[in-house]
Design a protein around this ligand. Sequence first.
Ligand SMILES: Cc1cc2nc3c(=O)[nH]c(=O)nc-3n(C[C@H](O)[C@H](O)[C@H](O)COP(=O)(O)OP(=O)(O)OC[C@H]3O[C@@H](n4cnc5c(N)ncnc54)[C@H](O)[C@@H]3O)c2cc1C
Ligand code: SF4
Ligand code: SF4
Ligand code: SF4
Length: 396
Amino acid sequence: MGDNVSFVKAENCSGCALCFAICPRKAITMRYNEEGFFYPVVDEKKCNRCGLCYEKCPFRKIINRNNYRHPESWSCWHKSEQVVMASSSGGAFTALAEEILSRKGIIYGASYNPDLSVSHVRIPSKDSLSVVKKSKYIQSDISRIYGEVEKDLRAGKNVLFVGTPCQIAGLYGFFGNNPAGLYTCDLVCHGVNSLAVFKAYLSYTGKRLRHSIESVDFRVKIPSWEVPSVGLYYRGGENIVKVNEDPFYRGFLHNYYLRLSCYNCRYNTLPRIGDITLGDFWCWDKRYRPENFNPKGTSLVIINNDKGKELFLKVSKDKLNVAIADLYKTVLYNPFIKTCAEYPHDFFKRKEIFSLVRQHKYRELFGKQLSPRYKLKDRMRKYLRLYKEKLVKLKR
Ligand SMILES: Cc1cc2nc3c(=O)[nH]c(=O)nc-3n(C[C@H](O)[C@H](O)[C@H](O)COP(=O)(O)OP(=O)(O)OC[C@H]3O[C@@H](n4cnc5c(N)ncnc54)[C@H](O)[C@@H]3O)c2cc1C
Ligand code: SF4
Ligand code: SF4
Ligand code: SF4
């Protein structure tokens, strides 16, 4: 008798849904927990303890693809300025997707659902590519996608799957090998935020703007790509706020409501898991070699194996402006290539945030606790107290 994934602790489960996709008895469902992250739930009546899900879980048994230990890295951006502006970074994803689509292949990427949760979708043509462009900082549900990718590969199609490293690990765990037509890009990954907190934020801002929010763009390049804004769109209007003034984004930057596995990530490491890694090129080089850097958006591309190299070389000739970069300098400016987010130092803050969400105290959370103004007031009080303490000491 084997174990099933109910023995996997929350901090060791990325929510990749591989267990859900492979269970022969259909005994697993993926459900949101009270923090707003999906986890597998096993129906013990259906489970025959075959042990398959536990055995294959990629957070338990790390998938090793023998990728390069010292990969090449590139800075690049799409030759079309329109694509650069419509992408989170420099549009490297679009260049790769265009190549696969030109081979009559299929793209799998993350798209908002009507309720602004996120799921991976199948993109068979260029017309619908825009829905998967741009980073959504909520976890994307890939539970239904495994079967679709399998069908496309069986039909002899090329497939490009882009996702977080844990999702790519799930995909290779599903196939157990490296199917010839499958190309994967993992993202440099800060971590994914709670859907419960995101929904609370949408409700709070919707009330404030007196409109329900219909779409969100976390990477509006205003005033620039390097200091972007969050765009909230509603019928007949928009609200654009700099990321350091947006309460949800501020909490994200402080790692307050990431999935527990993101503080314990096994796949934000070198060698990387995908054929190619995509990220933002934040590197130092820009100060010394400005010709390798586009201020409207520059992608970081890391080539992890021969398959990734073949695809990138083909694409880079026609569609991208490219320059070789020094990976180790890049890592200094983009730590999530090699390491994962830290658990927030103020331990109680994370608990407090989830407690405020549960109690629907959204104004207290977003209007005060995560608001930059509140922080400033807080800091002033703290400095005043420290100053007074110092004065008292000096008088003694
Ligand atoms: C949660 C998250 C955290 C990230 N953290 C960092 C970071 O710390 N440092 C860094 O350099 N880069 C990070 N990135 C990657 C970066 O934001 C860009 O997505 C990447 O550079 C690709 O940009 P692009 O211009 O090539 O393509 P874009 O056109 O912007 O394409 C975005 C691609 O990302 C995929 N995607 C979007 N949202 C999700 C999601 N929620 N889950 C899975 N896939 C998704 C889409 O399917 C698409 O393929 C992160 C991305 C995500 C989704
Ligand atoms: S990491 Fe993936 S396979 Fe493992 S328990 Fe979680 S959802 Fe299932
Ligand atoms: S042990 Fe086997 S039957 Fe039980 S949930 Fe896991 S895969 Fe399904
Ligand atoms: S940080 Fe790790 S566990 Fe979290 S979403 Fe990214 S790859 Fe998955």
